[in-house]
Design a protein around this ligand. Structure first.
Ligand SMILES: NC(=O)c1ccc[n+]([C@@H]2O[C@H](COP(=O)([O-])OP(=O)(O)OC[C@H]3O[C@@H](n4cnc5c(N)ncnc54)[C@H](OP(=O)(O)O)[C@@H]3O)[C@@H](O)[C@H]2O)c1
Length: 321
């Protein structure tokens, strides 16, 4: 039975792209109330001036680790850059309510077995009731959902060719969100050893290669995965495999043999998977997944995880139709 009632939530890193989406989702959520939203740069400013729909009177606070640990929030979402979550978690652990729920949207706990890995479509039972949840990466979510139904027929290392909108690089200026560099352009980066390559490999239990790129559009990711096969399968068998794995998942839509398009996923809460194609010689197959990096790739998934951890309907506050 799903729980009723309300949970107070604090968002740290609330100025960022993911933080903004988290605020929007929390504001419309039937069971969440905002205890605080924290940003150093926006301290004291009205949230409504930055995030449409935010309640009047809600202002950004600037909580350091101690401030977060001493806050009354029952659930904390950390939307900080990679490498910055540990000190906040340590302060909460050492505070007087260490049993509070923490969802870390950064990569800092995705390799830590004492944290639940928050990909509900694969690990729902482990997330239910968890107190520490590592939210998966955006590319890593799309790539895993594209590869998982084929794991037992792989005959080699799958390779995921990914293209992301530049919001994937966050708000801190870099080549990966530089409008001049990206204009009419496609930027390859970290073509071996990307963090999400390690993350996907770890959570599917076998090596996966990943080749990321940034494109000039703002949001959305498309991942095309090449799947070397250990035995011949047909496109029809691929279709059956994805339908059996994901057909009942409300946040996964299957597009058939037509590949999903990145422009159709912007602003949507689900992942789209399709474009299945098995080579005639039986050597390999291909599949395409698209995801909004800021939603199912980050904020929507964090809310799914909060819902599961707190016992609410998994899709509460997620308007996915
Ligand atoms: N963007 C995506 O598509 C995406 C997808 C999945 C996961 N993620 C992960 O989600 C996290 C946030 O990403 P984002 O794109 O929203 O980043 P972002 O736009 O760069 O925002 C980062 C936030 O962290 C705050 N911050 C930065 N350094 C801080 C520090 N030392 N102490 C406290 N606060 C600090 C910033 O606000 P102030 O400077 O005002 O404090 C800002 O609110 C990252 O770990 C990222 O890897 C991002």
């Amino acid at each position: 039975m799903t729980r009723r009632g309300r949970t107070s939530i604090g968002i740290v890193g609330a100025r960022g792209y993911v933080g903004g989406e988290l605020i929007r989702l929390a504001v419309g959520h039937p069971h969440l109330e905002i205890a605080f939203v924290s940003s150093r740069a926006l301290e004291g400013e009205e949230v409504a001036g930055h995030v449409e729909g935010a309640p009047p009177g809600l202002r950004f606070t600037n909580f350091d680790e101690q401030g977060v640990a001493e806050s009354g929030a029952e659930a904390i979402i950390l939307a900080l850059p990679n490498g910055k979550a540990h000190t906040f978690v340590a302060a909460i652990d050492a505070g007087d309510r260490p049993q509070r729920l923490i969802v870390d949207v950064s990569a800092d706990h995705r390799f830590d077995d004492s944290w639940a890995y928050g990909l509900p479509e694969r690990f729902r039972d482990r997330i239910r009731g968890a107190r520490r949840i590592a939210n998966p990466g955006c590319y890593a979510t799309a790539a895993q959902l594209a590869i998982a139904p084929m794991l037992d027929v792989l005959g080699g290392v799958p390779a995921a060719f990914g293209v992301s909108g530049y919001s994937g690089a966050g708000t801190t200026p870099s080549d990966k969100n530089d409008p001049d560099l990206l204009h009419d352009n496609l930027l390859p980066y970290s073509l071996t050893g990307h963090l999400h390559e390690r993350e996907v490999s770890r959570h599917v239990g076998r090596p996966v290669h990943f080749l990321p790129h940034v494109a000039p559009f703002f949001r959305g990711i498309t991942v095309t995965v090449n799947l070397p096969l250990g035995r011949r399968i047909t496109t029809e068998e691929m279709v059956r495999r994805y339908e059996s794995a994901w057909g009942r998942e409300p946040l996964i839509r299957l597009t058939g043999e037509k590949p999903p398009l990145v422009r159709d996923i912007a602003g949507r809460h689900h992942v789209s998977i399709g474009g299945w194609s098995a080579a005639d010689d039986g050597s390999r197959a291909a599949v395409v997944a698209t995801i909004d990096n800021l939603l199912k790739g980050a904020a929507t998934q964090a809310v799914q995880n909060v819902n599961l951890a707190c016992g609410y309907d998994e899709l509460a506050g997620i308007d996915h139709e």
